[in-house]
Design a protein around this ligand. Sequence first.
Ligand code: SF4
Ligand code: SF4
Length: 400
Amino acid sequence: MLYRKMPGNGDELSILGFGCMRLPQKEGRIDTEKATRQVRHAIDCGVNYVDTAWPYHGGESESFLAGALADGYRERVKLATKLPSWSVQNRPDMDRFLNAQLQKLHTSQIDYYLIHGLNGGTWDRMQALGVMEFLDHAKATGRIANAGFSFHGLLPDFKRIVDAYPWQFCQIQYNFLDEQHQAGTEGLQVAAAKGLGVIVMQPLRGGTLGRPAPPPAIKAIWSESETPRTPAEWALRWVWNHPEATVALSGMNEDAQVEENLAIAGQAYPHSLTEAELALVGRAGRKYREIMKVGCTGCGYCEPCPMGVGIAANFDIYNHLHMFGSPGETQFLYVVRLSGVISGSRGYALQCERCGDCVVKCPQGLEIPDLLEKVAAELEGEGLREKEAMVRGFFTRVIE
Ligand code: SF4
Ligand code: SF4
């Protein structure tokens, strides 16, 4: 296992972190025996950063982890969990959630505590509710050691949040398809230059870049390499090639996946990919973008829309659908991001009233209203309401 230093406090963290959002399941619940074995095996092999959050596995992930980290394993890892920003209604809620999490996790301190799922709007709301004072107080009382945030928004908002508080770390979505998307490479570098450790989530874009059977055009590109590597290895090594990436989280649930990731994490030094290999990954990224339906770069210049449409998010998810298939899974993702359960405001494609404001602002010259119509036709049809109810139940669970 390789380790990288957290800039603000000198912690030596394993470059592979265990993400507890996609644990193995049996009959719809966490398969405790298998998941515990996997988490402990990863720790025995050097993983020392474990990440969970209030809503993962319908609220069961944190409680599961308390058991998995018993028998001395808790002391061997840095534990990360997150404040569910969408469920916080007032300042006292923040303490209620944190105190409940300490109890659920059977620990007196969270090593790395994040405000979960920020974008520009949720940050403004959390700031107004007093989240900065809450973090100061949580640190002063020893309930958390390091404060950070996870982010799914636009780059200008990311920079604003980085500058707003003395964070120790942040968590961003980053992989070879997201170089210019959300925080992107610029965000990674901005955070690192400011002395923040960067935890990378979705290094495999929710597992899709690591699928053993990628689209044929991508497979053909990987097969040109002199060094045979799996799609997962290419994607992970690309992330770890960046020295600014402190830890990459992987939501592991298969034994073979754990072994593969552990093996890669023992070799992936910064700047270890050759120019030719980087060019190959660049070509794979371009090919993925070619087979995307909409040439949206996620720049966000077209927003805000007066009707509240999350334009960039709509196109992001629509592209995901056409690159990777899985309509059911993609519609679930669509509802998570655009139903308003997390952000507080609904951003569905169908809300577009064709005012045309966005079209003149789009540097890519996209016919946004026409494209949104297609998104609505494919993602807002059958099953949407059921998935909304499911997502609402999942994310709005509150402390009894
Ligand atoms: S055309 Fe539609 S998406 Fe664009 S700004 Fe107007 S309402 Fe919003
Ligand atoms: S301005 Fe165009 S490219 Fe940028 S996010 Fe909006 S639709 Fe996408």
